[in-house]
Design a protein around this ligand. Structure first.
Ligand SMILES: O=C(O)C1=C[C@@H](OP(=O)(O)O)[C@@H](O)[C@H](O)C1
Ligand SMILES: C=C(OP(=O)(O)O)C(=O)O
Length: 418
């Protein structure tokens, strides 16, 4: 971390979403791929271990992970894949397993078992994949796989884009490719990220309106550099926003493919922050007093909903966050979890099925219940910068995407106080 008294430069870990996709793409590419600066966290380790279980050699050696792939799918004839809390692993790995020949069990933690899987289950079954689900659509799943012929398929990605990304990622491993009709969609930038990375690994994938067409032919192995995580970066940008100080995040610049960078480039300027996006970095400087951005539609970037909610108490008017209904079916019911967390700090909120409104106030110290949701802990840590005494019942839940978060956040504040 570089220093003067009111500016800090931070280097953050790799993107969870890019790491998960790179692991999948490398697994379905003949040859050996090298992933540079991947994220090492509970989610991505679960993903990598899932690949190993499916028969793909993965070597994790510090900042370089090596994956030896196979363009026709899993090499193991049987596997027990444990996805832990990771939505990416739980939604993407069944699609990879379906391409193999054998019996694969996909299971996960109680938290992940509680999250919906229905639209992916329907799409896989429509592609003649034999899947037995334990409880309606929920994990664990038992897949009796025998390859996938492919063809047309429809998917409703209105509660999670991960179902759609999973189908896209598997498509080059099918015999005839896929023509996917998208019925509804949230988190659109994540699907754009999926298609862009598929092309990086040699796939022929195109989109026209609600139709995505992907040719068969597998992927090509390559070296791939993982950019820093833009959702993680939102906490560091938000720290600048609430303190009037400056934070530069390295490695996230003009060419970033992560939609969550829009938290810095679109939302924070509307709150009075000065934001400069350069080729290889983004810098945010907070104002003397944060402005309310009014109503903010966060359908496409809902992982940063909690970051905005946590800084909203310091704004000069109410902040209404809308179109985030799918936040209720993530690691926790995030609309409710944030309302309760802010309420514990004395901040007034109101909520609806897909919205949250925060009334500005003077937060007080409190014990925050994280509900084992990393983003509740990380976002409320931002509120805690100006409200000493905010504590967590489960601070280690940050291990899902950033095990070193509390240390890095403390280092940031120490830099400012030096
Ligand atoms: O594809 C991905 O890597 C992700 C998609 C998003 O999920 P939804 O599409 O369920 O909103 C996001 O919240 C999640 O953290 C990562
Ligand atoms: C929703 C999230 O994760 P996932 O769906 O990948 O488990 C997240 O990281 O905020």
């Amino acid at each position: 971390m570089g220093t003067t008294s009111s500016t800090a430069t931070v280097r953050l870990p790799g993107s969870k979403s890019v790491t998960a996709r790179a692991l999948f793409l490398a697994a379905l590419a003949d040859g050996t791929s090298r992933l540079i600066t991947p994220l090492e966290s509970a989610d991505t380790i679960a993903f990598a271990n899932g690949l190993v279980e499916l028969g793909f050699p993965v070597r994790r050696d510090g900042d370089v992970w090596t994956v030896t792939g196979n363009s026709t799918g899993p090499l193991a004839g049987a596997a027990n894949v444990w996805c832990h809390d990771a939505g990416t692993a739980a939604r993407f790995l069944p699609a990879l397993a379906a391409l193999g020949t054998g019996e694969y069990v996909i299971d996960a933690s109680e938290q992940m078992r509680a999250r919906p899987m229905g639209p992916l289950l329907s799409a896989l079954r429509a592609l003649d994949v034999q899947v037995q689900a334990a409880d309606g659509d929920r994990l664990p799943w038992r897949i009796a796989a025998d390859g996938v012929a492919g063809g047309p398929v429809r998917v409703d990605a209105g509660t999670s884009s991960q179902y759609l990304s999973a189908l896209c990622l598997m498509a080059p491993g099918t015999k005839n490719g896929l023509v996917i009709e998208v019925l509804d969609e949230v988190s659109v930038p994540y699907v754009e990220l999926t298609l862009a990375m598929m092309r990086d690994f040699g796939a022929d994938a195109s989109r026209r309106g609600s139709t995505i067409t992907i040719a068969p032919g597998g992927y090509r192995a390559r070296e791939f550099v993982v950019e820093p995580d833009a959702s993680t970066a939102s906490y560091f940008f938000a720290a600048a926003a609430v303190t009037g100080r400056t934070v530069t995040v390295l490695g996230l610049g003009r060419d970033s493919r992560q939609g969550d960078l829009r938290f810095a480039t679109e939302i924070l300027p509307a709150m009075g922050c000065e934001v400069v996006v350069a080729d290889d970095r983004t810098t945010v400087t907070g104002p003397d007093r944060l402005r309310s951005p009014g109503e903010v539609v966060m359908r496409d970037i809902s992982d940063t909903m909690m970051t905005l909610a946590a800084i909203a108490p310091y704004a000069d008017g109410p902040v209404r966050i809308t179109d985030v209904g799918n936040c209720r079916v993530k690691e926790s019911d995030r609309i409710d979890a944030m309302a309760v967390a802010l309420g514990a700090c004395g901040i007034e909120t109101s909520t609806g099925p897909d919205w949250l409104e925060i009334v500005p106030g003077r937060p007080r110290a409190a014990l925050v219940r994280t509900r084992a949701d990393h983003r509740i802990a990380m976002s409320m840590s931002v509120l805690g910068i100006r409200t000493p005494g905010v504590r967590f019942d489960d601070p280690d839940c940050v291990r899902k995407t950033f095990p070193g978060f509390h240390q890095a956040f403390a280092d940031l504040q120490r830099t400012w106080h030096d």
